[in-house]
Design a protein around this ligand. Structure first.
Ligand code: ADP
Length: 490
């Protein structure tokens, strides 16, 4: 087991940290971007440039062809030629020059052509369907692009438009770019590493602090607080961990209280049983039915405490299945109150309009009623009156148990449903239960999907209530089940 943990820790240590991961990410990104730039700027610069120049020359040829009948053709050709740096030649089918605007490229092909050569080109362009593009190297070694277009004129003739563009070698530029890119790559890698270190420190700092706090939390220091700092997600995590620490501390506190309460509750009846038994053994004449009764009652208290603990742990573990069946809740309440009626001094007025039926687990609902009435008795006021009321509203039967006792402080109303919770922390009243009763009530009602609650005024008393869906009057629509279910006592 310990070996496995060591193994796991070893595995964890081998994982790269934030700094390494971010640095690697940054460097990879920088290298990829620069690689792409490198490709575009150096390897593909020449073909790109050539393609752009060819497209430009084609566009110029198109616009000349479109304006072939224009009076302004000369001016258009001249302006374009000056503006874009290309040479433009327009000839007729027999090679006579109609418009010439030539740039002073070294080794221009068209400028040196004779009439026959221009005729031959016309033929060639015609044969190629009226459109021709060619890249070549001039005698001087310069790159040239020649675009030819046959342009039908309005007069029925066909003229040849030739656009010649020079491609300046970009090798020198490429060399310069290479050096520049090398410098940029180095600078980017250095900057990336520094930035990654900075970012990693900012991100990892709060997490490292949190991890240390979590270790202390794991060691049982529930007072630890996680500082919400750094990025939003990290700060959210700190809030969540603070909440978890709060809950753990609450559970721990409750556990301590339970231990104290349970040991107190076990010890009191055990002391009584032992004391009475010793007196009965040692003192002649003390072996009376009254003393035996005390022993029996104390043993019953022990049994009920152990039962409560078992019930709650089973309910919370979800190990309790419900046996749902319709039954007369009113009759059940009356039956329970009948038993309490034997308690001298206490009064249990029950107010209801008529019998109400519910489909529920009869034994569990009786347990709810017993717990609520027991609490009301324990905390009852001097009038010793516990009033029960049953109403049917909106398809629900609502039962309330009211006492006129000390009441519950408003800030404790939410907590009393928690297991082991007792408003009276000092646990002075040994006759009062373990702090499990309401938690059992809550679990049972939640299993039934029923609503429940409490209203209380300090010094005036409390009303605990719950409600369950009502079934048809008398349950006659579910008659077959009623008779068997009704036989289970409350
Ligand atoms: P307990 O077994 O201690 O009564 P419960 O879970 O039944 O435990 O109740 C939890 C706490 O709620 C009690 O310790 C008590 O402080 C408070 N409480 C319950 N019912 C009443 C009541 N009718 N009047 C005043 N306080 C009550």
């Amino acid at each position: 087991m310990r070996g496995a943990r060591k193994e796991r820790q070893k595995g964890q240590r081998r994982l790269p940290g934030f700094q390494a991961q971010i640095t690697a990410g940054f460097c990879l990104f920088a290298l990829l971007s620069l690689g792409l730039l490198w490709m575009l700027q150096t390897v593909l610069l020449n073909p790109f440039y050539q393609a752009i120049k060819t497209g430009e020359a084609r566009g110029i040829a198109e616009s000349i062809v479109k304006n072939i009948d224009s009076q302004e053709l000369d001016t258009l050709a001249y302006d374009t030629c000056v503006r874009t740096g290309v040479s433009i030649f327009i000839t007729d089918p027999i090679g006579r020059s109609l418009v010439v605007c030539r740039q002073s490229f070294k080794g221009s092909l068209v400028a040196d052509m004779g009439r026959l050569e221009r005729m031959a080109i016309f033929e060639k362009v015609n044969l190629m369907g009226g459109s021709y593009t060619e890249a070549f190297t001039s005698r001087t070694g310069a790159g040239l692009i020649l675009i030819g277009r046959v342009a039908p004129t309005g007069g029925g003739d066909h003229w040849l438009v030739l656009v010649e563009s020079e491609i300046t070698p970009v090798d020198a530029t490429v060399d310069t770019l290479r050096v520049q890119l090398l410098c940029v790559t180095l600078v980017m890698l250095l900057l990336g590493t520094a930035l990654a270190a900075l970012l990693a420190r900012r991100m990892a700092g709060p997490l490292t602090a949190m991890s240390q706090s979590a270790k202390r939390l794991g060691q049982g220091d529930y007072s630890i607080r996680f500082a919400p700092q750094g990025a939003r997600e990290v700060s959210d995590l700190a809030h969540t961990l603070n909440y978890a620490a709060g809950e753990l501390s609450k559970v721990d506190q409750l556990r301590r209280e339970l231990l104290a309460n349970v040991s107190h509750d076990l010890r009191t009846p055990l002391t009584m049983i032992k004391g009475y038994a010793e007196v009965m053994r040692d003192l002649p004449g003390e072996n009376t039915p009254e003393n035996v009764q005390v022993i029996i009652e104390e043993a019953e208290r022990l049994t009920s405490l152990v039962n409560d603990l078992l019930d709650l742990s089973r309910l919370e573990a979800g190990a309790v299945g419900l046996t749902l069946a319709p039954f007369d809740l009113t009759a059940c309440i009356q039956e329970i109150l009948g038993r309490y009626g034997k308690l001298a001094d206490y009064r249990f007025p029950f107010q209801f309009e008529g019998p109400a039926w519910v489909e529920a687990d009869k034994l569990k609902i009786s347990q709810v009623l017993y717990n609520l009435v027991n609490n009301a008795i324990h905390y009852a006021g001097p009038d010793k009156t516990i009033s029960l009321r049953q109403t049917v509203e909106g398809g629900n039967v609502r039962v309330s148990v009211t006492d006129t006792g000390e009441g519950i402080p408003p800030d404790k109303l939410k907590d009393i449903w928690d297991r082991y919770y007792k408003v009276d922390k000092e646990h002075r009243r040994a006759q009062v239960g373990t702090g499990l009763g309401l938690s059992i009530v809550k679990n049972i009602l939640e299993l039934h999907g029923g609503a429940y609650g409490v209203e209380s005024t300090l010094g005036q008393g409390s009303t605990f209530w719950f409600q369950l869906p009502a079934v048809g009057p008398g349950g006659q629509n579910l008659g077959a089940l009623v008779s068997s279910a009704d036989s289970v006592g409350c």
